[in-house]
Each structure stands twice: as structure tokens, then as C-alpha cells.
Design a protein around this ligand. Structure first.
Ligand code: UGA
Length: 401
């Protein structure tokens, strides 16, 4: 957008690698975006917070808010710590913007912490949730469906309007709300999408039970504009760094004022059970016993175009198959390194075809595009049985079985 941006992190090695042009995560297009902006002199990296925020009009808090161990509440310790540090280091008036996904009322808390720091500078605290999908984050940022800004401060509103001004070209709606409303919009959006996925997952089971086709059901209902076609792909259960954590945190937030969100409670439960049940499905498809069998697993990341393994369905499915006595040979285009830190005993292959060579079954867990384009005649020559979680297209089955 042409703004000058300084990225600040406590992790020296991350900053060092960024200086060397090495991205800390795999995200398509990120390396060239970073490189171009560094070269243009707009983007820099530092571990020095005071130096990084000096002169900044807007300071974005984008630290993690993982599930707190034991109770599922969002862990706000990083948000609070960084707010404290900002308060102690400010050298000019600024708007502090919370990008991290935080429960309702966190902005009030950040405001209190900043006030307590005794800073003489004027600070307004804004909520500006992100709606980016991993793997499509750059596009989602540049062409968003909407931007949500929660603040009561006119000064902050003006600054945020100015920051997102480049989006006016595409006529992106910018929704100004109160801070609490904005914080809740983020959780409500993720929870709604999780509900949608879980709904179609249960429909998929029903389709299997009654001999219907879930992809056609998705299309049949999704073409109704009130329902919408997106997020109606059935799968082995949603995973990732957001939906599992945010749905759980929303149920916790809702229980406190005794205003439970029962539909989300159920979704959390159904999704967890689904991931566990997937291994059973494979075992059943293989005649009820996988002892001594080899299973080729394609895809380990929680979704395509990422190396992120957080809450990936593979973390439930693969260990359960190995516990049942199977040998698992897996291939993922990006996530094998991450997966090897979390699961042991998997044989890793260099390609999809290597993973299924001589295997008794092939299981596609993550819908990487390259798996859609597998040469099915070549696959067939490997004499594997087939379990498709995502591709239930009859023509594909027809060619394989
Ligand atoms: C999600 C939201 O889509 C973003 O809008 C939000 O900003 C982000 O969380 C966040 O809170 O930071 P993300 O977790 O990157 O983004 O990935 P999604 O594309 O939403 O997929 C989440 C999970 O749902 C994956 O396991 C995916 O395979 C699954 N999914 C998605 C389905 O099973 N079916 C679908 O139709 C869509």
C-alpha cells in the first residue's frame, strides 16, 4: 500500500533470517512481496521495540493468542506484555491496533495497561481483526471482502481510513463499529464458518449412509444465495491455528455471562470426534484390520498451501493407523519437516507416487492441487486400495476401483 512498515519480534533468529530474506513460514508469494518492499526501503525488521515504534502513527499488535492450557480460554499474556512494553517505550502520540484474535473486552484491558504505564502521549486503542486464510493470505489482504475497525475515537477512525485508503479503489466496505463489537465479529465469523463446515461434514456422513453425493448436495444448496457456495467442502474435520482455538475460546467467553452458544459447543465436539473417527473409516475400508499393512498418506498439513500442522486432522489419523499396526508412508509438499517434529515412526517419501508405491491403501488427507492431478493410471499400477476423503467424485472412483 506504500506505507513504511517496521516488523518487530523478540526472536533474534527470526529477525536475522528475515534480514537474509528467509521467511519464517511458508506462504505463497510472501518472499517476493517482502523482498520487493525491503528493496523499496519501505520494510525493515528489528528486535528493538522502542526503536521500531519511534515515530509510528499506528502500532499493530499481532502476537499469538493460543488456547490456554487446561481451560481453552485465549491466552492473553503476550498481548498484555506487548501492550506494557509499548506504553513504556512510546515517544509520540499513536493509535494502537489489535490484530491478534482477542476475546471481547481485551481492547479495554490494553487501554488500561497503556494508561497505567504512565505514558504522557495520547493513545487510542482500536480493534482491527484479520480475516486472512493461510495459503491465500496476501490475496485476502489485498482484496478483502471487508475491513472491520472497532473504535470510538474519531482520530483513530481517520488514521485507519487513511491506512486502508488504497482499498477504496476496489470499493472494499470498511465497517466502523464499537471495539467490543469488532472483537466479537472476528469470533462470530470463524465460528460461523466452522458451523458451515461441520454441517456439510455431517451431511457427508448422511450421504454415505443413504447413497447420496455430498458434492452435489453442496452445490445444490450452495447455489442458493442465502447459503452461499463457499466453505461447503466436506472433509476430515477442520484444523489449523484458528478455527479449533477460536471456536473453543468463543464457547468459553459465552459461558461467563451465561449466554451459551450451544451450536458452537456442538460443533467443537462433533469436529473433534470426526477427526478421531477418520482412522476407523480407513480401517473399515481395508476390511477391519490394518496390522502389517502399508498405507500411503498424501497430505499432512491442515490444509493445502501451508506447512502449518497445528490441529491438523493428520495428527489424529496417522497415529491411530500406526497404533492399529499399519506402516504409514507419507508425502506432503511442504509440511513434512513440521510433521516430523510432532509425529514419530512415519516413513517419509519424496513424492506422492513414492508414498503409495506398493501400498495397500492410499489416503488423501490434505487437498493439495498436485494430488488432484495425479496420473490415475500410474496410481492404479501401484495396486493400492483407495480412500478419498475429499474427492468423492463418482468419475474418479469409477476410474480407480
Ligand atoms: C481461517 C478463516 O478462514 C480466516 O478468515 C481467518 O482469518 C483465519 O482462520 C484466522 O482466524 O486467522 P485458515 O485457518 O487459514 O483461515 O484456513 P481455512 O481456509 O479457513 O480452513 C480452516 C480449516 O477448515 C482447514 O482444516 C480446512 O481444510 C477446513 N475446511 C475449509 C473444510 O474442511 N471445508 C471447507 O469448505 C473449508
Amino acid at each position: 500500500f506504500g506505507h513504511d512498515v517496521v516488523c518487530i519480534d523478540k526472536d533474534q533468529s527470526k529477525i536475522d533470517r528475515l534480514h537474509d530474506g528467509v521467511m519464517p513460514i511458508y506462504e505463497p508469494g510472501l518472499d517476493s512481496l517482502v523482498e520487493n518492499n525491503v528493496r523499496a526501503g519501505r520494510l525493515s525488521f528489528t528486535t528493538d521495540l522502542a526503536e521500531g515504534i519511534a515515530g509510528a502513527g499506528a502500532i499493530f499488535i499481532a502476537v499469538g493468542t493460543p488456547s490456554r492450557r487446561g481451560d481453552g480460554h485465549a491466552d492473553l499474556s503476550f498481548v498484555h506484555a506487548v501492550a506494557r512494553e509499548i506504553g513504556q517505550s512510546l515517544s509520540n502520540d499513536a493509535v494502537v491496533v489489535t490484530k491478534s484474535t482477542v476475546p471481547v473486552g481485551t481492547g479495554d484491558e490494553v487501554e488500561r495497561i497503556l494508561a497505567e504505564s504512565g505514558t504522557p502521549h495520547r493513545v487510542a486503542v482500536v480493534s482491527n481483526p484479520e480475516f486472512l486464510r493461510e495459503g491465500a493470505a496476501i490475496k485476502d489482504f489485498k482484496i478483502p471482502d471487508r475491513v472491520v475497525v472497532g473504535t470510538d475515537s474519531e482520530r483513530a477512525r481517520e488514521l485507519m481510513r487513511e491506512l486502508y485508503r488504497p482499498l477504496f479503489l476496489n470499493e472494499t466496505p470498511i465497517l466502523f463499529t464499537s471495539r467490543r463489537t469488532s472483537e466479537l465479529i472476528k469470533y462470530a465469523a470463524n465460528a460461523f464458518l466452522a458451523v458451515k463446515i461441520t454441517f456439510i461434514n455431517e451431511m457427508a456422513d448422511l450421504c454415505e449412509a443413504v447413497g447420496a453425493n455430498v458434492q452435489e448436495v453442496s452445490r445444490g444448496i450452495g447455489l442458493d444465495g442465502r447459503i452461499g457456495r463457499k466453505f461447503l467442502n466436506a472433509g476430515p474435520g477442520y484444523g489449523g491455528s484458528c478455527f479449533p482455538k477460536d471456536t473453543l475460546a468463543l464457547t468459553k467467553t459465552a459461558n461467563e455471562p451465561n449466554s451459551p452458544v450451544r451450536i458452537v459447543d456442538t460443533v467443537v465436539e462433533v469436529n473433534a470426534a470426526r477427526k478421531k473417527a477418520m482412522a476407523e473409516k480407513v480401517i473399515k475400508a481395508m476390511g477391519g484390520d490394518v496390522e502389517g499393512k502399508t498405507i500411503g498418506v498424501l497430505g499432512l498439513a491442515f490444509k493445502q498451501n501451508t506447512d502449518d500442522m497445528r490441529d491438523a486432522p493428520s495428527l489424529d489419523i496417522v497415529p491411530a493407523l500406526m497404533e492399529a499396526g499399519a506402516t504409514v508412508r507419507a508425502y506432503d509438499p511442504e509440511a513434512m519437516h513440521e510433521a516430523s517434529k510432532l509425529m514419530s515412526g512415519i516413513e517419509y517419501a519424496d513424492s506422492a507416487y513414492e508414498a503409495i508405491k506398493g501400498a495397500d491403501a492410499m489416503v488423501i488427507i490434505t487437498e493439495w492441487d498436485q494430488f488432484r492431478a495425479l496420473d490415475l493410471d500410474r496410481v492404479k499400477r501401484h495396486r493400492a486400495a483407495f480412500g478419498f476423503f475429499r474427492d468423492r467424485r463418482p468419475e474418479l472412483y469409477g476410474r480407480l476401483v
